[in-house]
Design a protein around this ligand. Structure first.
Ligand SMILES: *Cc1c(COP(=O)(O)O)cnc(C)c1O
Length: 468
């Protein structure tokens, strides 16, 4: 006798099938976190991998172990061996602790499994995406007559779209004929995905404008746009990955207008500031860009992925239009079925908008702003503590939520070793960044529950690992 097939997540009985499995998952998550007992698994890559292999046992056995056993064993092992951004001592990257409510919503996305490449696979989810993206487009571009916004996997995909659409926009402008390829111009600290996107799209190597701290300096950009043959796409950054610096967007927008250059702002990190009355001014001019990248899996507290790509004018998205008879036949579209294929370069696509919609509805603009404001405050408070500490050096006041610091007297090799020691001991997770020719420890503070005591503890941990 063959055993029956495993139950499905959907249908009238799907929720009942899920409930005991979810209990198993939640128990394994709780147990794994308790066994790890800290922000990071101790022991280094060999120990972690050995633990995972042991829990896995036979990866693909002839006879399966069954749902409860496999779920518990593997989820527990991954939880125990995870870097946990919900622990205040896990502060290396733009690795946001996701909100429980967004994570719960993400479960519904998996259970319902709508795919946003055609309306007949996602009737409600596509309507939800249309409604929410329209509102978010207007938040990024208040007052623009026809803004639009796509959901992406993150800044990398958004930046790729930005370069692709800038290339196509240039190609389709009749008053700019000629074979000259689009020249991307950015700051030295622009995200590596900009360079990769240019490579992928067959564009010339982006020109990195020299400037202090890798930011886009308006005077230097003016010189570059005057000298370099166009057409140009300027890529500014609102929140660099290493230091959180924000380029002077309004000045750059003036320059782009003057030189007739297109402007994309990579606000993957800093875009979240637009939700905050207190900090919005720092990204003044964002809405003058032709396009904007913004990651809600950073300053939006969503589980990965929740990337957004906004354009000032929806006409810019026209090159993405595509017809595939099985997904959006012209007669179906003519009969009123929404045509979704031009909303992404992907085909099958998860409804990442579901968790975003739930978060916006649950927290409101005010609630989201409070998360942003408190994170900025936490970073400032951490910088104050570093600055006041007799044995610590602060690189600069944080623009967003990134603080670079180092023990006074330590050399670059020691800084790198401190980071690795804390990591392999599982005591804390800090990043590293090079600034002004020196290596620094980097704390990226995005945990709204972090307390002043947690910040003191971070500094104590670094001090305790510093060689005397
Ligand atoms: C994180 C980041 C990216 C890359 O985004 P992903 O979501 O990792 O693809 C691009 N640019 C900046 C400024 C970033 O901080």
């Amino acid at each position: 006798m063959r055993s029956p097939h495993p139950p499905l997540a959907g249908g009238p009985t799907g929720a009942d099938a899920l409930r005991p499995l979810l209990d198993t998952v939640l128990d394994a998550l709780r147990g794994g976190a308790a066994d790890r007992d800290g922000p990071f698994p101790a022991g280094g890559p060999e120990d972690v991998a050995a633990g995972v292999r042991q829990a896995l046992g036979e990866v693909f056995p002839e006879r399966g172990a069954g749902a409860a056993e496999a779920l518990h064993r593997i989820v527990h092992a991954v939880a125990r061996g995870s870097a946990d951004p919900a622990d205040p001592r896990c502060a290396a990257h733009l690795h946001t602790p996701p909100l429980a409510l967004a994570t719960a919503a993400d479960l519904a996305a998996s259970a319902l499994n709508p795919s946003l490449d055609s309306w007949d696979q996602a009737p409600a989810a596509s309507a939800l995406e249309a409604a929410v993206t329209a509102v978010l487009a207007a938040v990024v571009y208040p007052g623009a007559p026809a803004p639009d916004l796509l959901v992406t996997t993150g800044g990398t995909e958004s930046n790729q779209l930005a370069l692709l659409l800038a290339r196509e926009h240039h190609a389709h402008r009749p008053h700019r004929p000629g074979p000259a390829p689009l020249q991307v111009v950015c700051g030295a600290a622009a995200h590596h995905s900009v360079r990769r996107a240019a490579w992928l799209l067959g564009l010339p190597e982006p020109f990195a404008v020299p400037g202090t701290g890798g930011g886009l300096d308006p005077a230097a950009l003016d010189g570059a746009l005057t000298e370099l043959p166009g057409p140009h796409l300027v890529v500014a950054t609102a929140g660099t990955t290493d230091t959180g610096q924000v380029d002077p967007l309004a000045d750059l927008a003036d320059l782009c207008a003057h030189h007739r250059a297109q402007l994309h702002v990579d606000a993957a990190y800093g875009g979240g500031l637009i939700f905050s009355d207190r900090h919005r001014a720092l990204v003044d001019g964002l809405d003058r860009a032709d396009s904007v990248s913004l990651d809600l899996h950073k300053m939006g507290w969503q589980p990965v992925a929740a990337g957004l790509f906004a354009v000032a004018d929806r006409e810019r998205l026209a090159p993405l239009a595509l017809t595939a008879d099985y997904l959006n036949a012209p007669d179906d579209t003519g009969a009123g079925l929404p045509d979704l294929l031009g909303r992404s370069l992907r085909t099958t696509r998860r409804p990442d908008i579901l968790k975003v919609a739930v978060t916006l509805a649950a927290l409101g603009r005010e609630g989201l702003a409070r998360l942003v404001d408190d994170s900025v405050n936490t970073a400032r408070s951490f910088a104050d503590r570093v600055a006041a500490h007799p044995r610590m050096e602060l690189w600069d006041r944080p623009a967003l939520t990134t603080v670079l610091f180092r023990p006074i007297g330590a050399d670059d090799g020691q800084i790198a070793a401190i980071r690795r020691t804390l990591l392999t001991e599982g005591r804390c997770v800090l990043g590293r960044a090079r600034a002004d020719g020196r290596l620094w420890l980097k704390a990226t503070l995005l945990n709204p529950h972090t307390t002043p005591e947690d910040l003191d503890r971070l500094i104590d941990l670094v001090e305790g690992s510093t060689p005397r």
